[in-house]
Design a protein around this ligand. Structure first.
Ligand code: TMO
Length: 326
């Protein structure tokens, strides 16, 4: 009797351990069932990410997962939260903005480099057509050393310096470092939101005023406004961390941001163990440049709501989504 009982216990113990977490919804046959705990998806502050978060959440829901959203800083804090398991994934890890905190936490082991999208990204200073006319040397960055160009880009706020409208500080651009390294007569003014950048861009273009602001690709801007990225010295290994690199032997960041940079999906280290099926679906998701540009354009040009934007993208890409969901 005692022996029979302990065999039963042993069987139960094996069953429990094969099912993973005790809060798992696993039934008798489905030993690898995902936990019913919600997968926590962060919402950041630019359109493709906000719409993509809704799309990723709906794809994981189709795969049987429960999802929950939280608003989250997109810089180092979201990777720290992911390390603690408080955020389950980031589906738009932009190399140029977030590569450093992402890779630091991957190196610690608490964040997983789960998937690399086909999307190739660039985040850089950008100028409109009027700035191009005022600064004929652009896109080459040395145009920003010319007095006429600087005067055309200066405002009362920036005095004798040109004004550069940067993104929100949480996007972690090294603009002050670059300005110091290249000795540029430029003052950074950080916008409070992406919408604030687009509003200024729109009125500058409407008024024919030169403007230099942060922009990135893939985005909607190319489809609406004439303009180009400033070409700084090409990014190479060492530029961001080795002062000896580049024209200024005493400073890092004497270069542009990487071109053709990655866009990745990162997850909490416990994601795959807790939601193995959702993990395999998540890591089959692969956004292209056109996907992100479309999400951005549907939101920022067509003014679609996040819900309508995501629904349209999911409908237009139903075959790919069905393949990802399996
Ligand atoms: C991370 N971002 C796309 C806003 O540059």
């Amino acid at each position: 009797m005692l022996k029979k009982f302990s065999v039963l216990l042993l069987v139960l113990a094996l069953f429990a351990s094969a099912c993973g977490d005790d809060d798992s919804s696993g039934g008798g046959e489905d030993m690898a069932a995902d936990s019913t705990d919600p997968i926590i998806i962060p919402i950041h502050n630019w359109t493709s990410q906000i719409v993509g978060a809704e799309i990723v959440g709906q794809i994981l829901t189709m795969a049987g997962a429960n999802v929950e959203y939280i608003s989250s800083d997109s810089g180092a804090p979201v990777y720290e939260a992911m390390c603690l398991g408080d955020v389950s994934l980031v589906h738009e890890v932009w190399e140029s903005s977030f590569g450093v905190p992402f890779e630091e936490n991957v190196a610690k082991g608490c964040v997983i480099d789960a998937q690399t999208h086909d999307t190739k990204t660039r985040e850089e200073w950008w100028y409109n057509a009027a700035a191009g006319e005022a600064c004929p040397g652009l896109p080459d960055w040395t145009a920003l050393l010319e007095a006429d160009c600087i005067a055309a880009l200066s405002t009362p706020e920036t005095g004798d310096n040109a004004r550069y409208l940067g993104g929100p500080v949480e996007w972690q651009k090294k603009d002050p470092e670059r300005i110091a390294a290249l000795n540029l007569p430029v003052t950074v003014v950080n916008a409070g939101s992406s919408d604030a950048i687009w509003a200024e861009l729109d009125s500058a273009v409407a008024n024919g005023t030169p403007i230099m602001s942060f922009n990135w690709t893939p985005n909607f801007v190319d489809a609406v406004y004439e303009g180009s990225f400033v070409e700084f010295p090409d990014y190479e290994d060492g530029c961001f961390d080795d002062p000896a690199w580049g024209t200024n032997p005493d400073a890092t960041y004497a270069c542009g941001n990487p071109k053709g940079a990655y866009l990745k999906i990162g997850t909490w280290e416990g994601f795959e163990g807790k939601w193995p099926h959702a993990y395999s679906v998540l890591t089959s998701i692969n956004f292209t440049n056109l996907d992100l540009a479309t999400m951005a354009a549907q939101g920022d040009i067509d003014n679609m709501s996040v819900a309508d934007n995501a629904a349209k993208w999911l409908e237009d890409n139903a075959d790919r989504v069905a393949e990802w969901v399996g």
